[in-house]
Design a protein around this ligand. Structure first.
Ligand code: PGA
Length: 251
C-alpha cells in the first residue's frame, strides 16, 4: 500500500467570479480557514482575471495555494490569448490544472499538449494537477481503465519517475462532472489504483477525485486508499459549502 503524502482539496472555479465576487468569497472564506483541519492542503483556481485579487486576499494566509486553470507551455511568443508560466509566477501560482475534460472537449486540448504543459509546469516548479477521465460512452463500452491509463501515460511521456513523483492527478469521470451524479467511491478508487500503476513514480502522489464532490460525499471518497483529495467545481463557489467540504475531508 502506498504512503499517503498529503491531502489536497482544490477549488476549480471555472468561468465563475469576477474581481468583486472573488474578494467577497475570500472575505467570507478566510475567517473560516483557522477552523479547518490543518492536514488538508487547500488550493483555489480562480479565472486568470481574478488571480491578482485572489493573491492579494490570500497574502496573509499561507494555507491557501493559488492555482491556474490552464497555461501555455511556451515561455513567450505570438500566441494570442494565451498565458505563460512566468505570467502566472507574478501571482505566486503553485498549481496549474492541465487537461481538464472541458478543455479537452471544447478547446481541443490533446494528450500531446497536456504532455507539453506538464513538462513546462514541472520545469518552472509549478505542480500540474493533471485531469483524466472517461466519457459515459467509454464507460458503457467497458474501456474506462484503458482510456484513463492511456491518458496518464501520454501526460507523462518523456518524464522520469522523480519528476512524475511531483505531479498531482485528478480522476474526473466526465459523466460525473457538474451532473450531480457522482462515481461510486470504490469504483473511483479502483481507477485511481490503475493510474498509480500506469507510470513509475506515482505511488505516493495525491490523486484527487472530481465530479460532483460536495460536503455530503467527500468523506466516502477520502476513506478509499488511493484517494488523496478532491477537485471541486460547483461546491467550491460558496465559501461556507467549500469550508464544510474541507472539514469533512478530514473526518
Ligand atoms: P463539479 O466539477 O464539482 O462541478 O462536478 C468538477 C470539475 O470539473 O473539476
Amino acid at each position: 500500500m502506498q504512503t499517503r503524502m498529503r491531502t489536497l482539496i482544490a477549488a476549480n472555479w471555472k468561468m465563475h467570479k469576477n474581481v468583486a465576487e472573488t474578494r467577497a468569497f475570500f472575505d467570507a472564506f478566510l475567517p473560516l480557514v483557522a477552523g479547518l483541519p490543518t492536514q488538508v492542503e487547500i488550493a483555489v483556481a480562480p479565472p486568470f482575471t481574478a488571480l491578482s485579487a485572489a493573491a492579494q486576499c490570500c497574502s496573509d494566509e499561507p494555507r491557501i495555494a493559488l492555482a491556474a486553470q490552464n497555461m501555455h507551455w511556451s515561455a513567450q511568443g505570438a500566441y494570442t490569448g494565451e498565458i505563460s508560466l512566468s505570467m502566472l509566477a507574478d501571482f505566486g501560482v503553485g498549481y496549474v490544472i492541465v487537461g481538464h475534460s472541458e478543455r479537452r472537449e471544447y478547446f481541443d486540448e490533446t494528450d500531446h499538449t497536456v504532455n507539453l504543459k506538464v513538462q513546462a509546469a514541472l520545469g518552472h516548479g509549478v505542480t500540474p494537477i493533471i485531469a483524466v477521465g472517461e466519457t459515459l460512452a467509454e464507460r458503457d463500452a467497458g474501456i474506462t481503465l484503458d482510456r484513463v491509463v492511456s491518458q496518464t501515460q501520454h501526460a507523462l511521456q518523456d518524464i522520469d519517475a522523480e519528476q512524475a513523483s511531483r505531479v498531482v492527478f485528478a480522476y474526473e469521470p466526465i459523466w460525473a462532472i457538474g451532473s450531480g451524479r457522482s462515481c461510486d467511491p470504490l469504483e473511483a478508487d479502483a481507477v485511481m489504483g490503475a493510474i498509480r500503476d500506469a507510470v513509475d513514480g506515482l505511488q505516493a502522489i495525491p490523486i484527487l477525485y472530481g465530479g460532483s464532490v460536495k460536503a455530503e460525499n467527500i468523506a466516502a471518497y477520502m476513506g478509499q486508499p488511493n484517494i488523496g483529495g478532491g477537485l471541486v467545481g460547483g461546491a467550491s463557489l460558496d465559501p461556507h459549502a467549500f469550508a464544510a467540504l474541507i472539514r469533512n475531508a478530514a473526518l
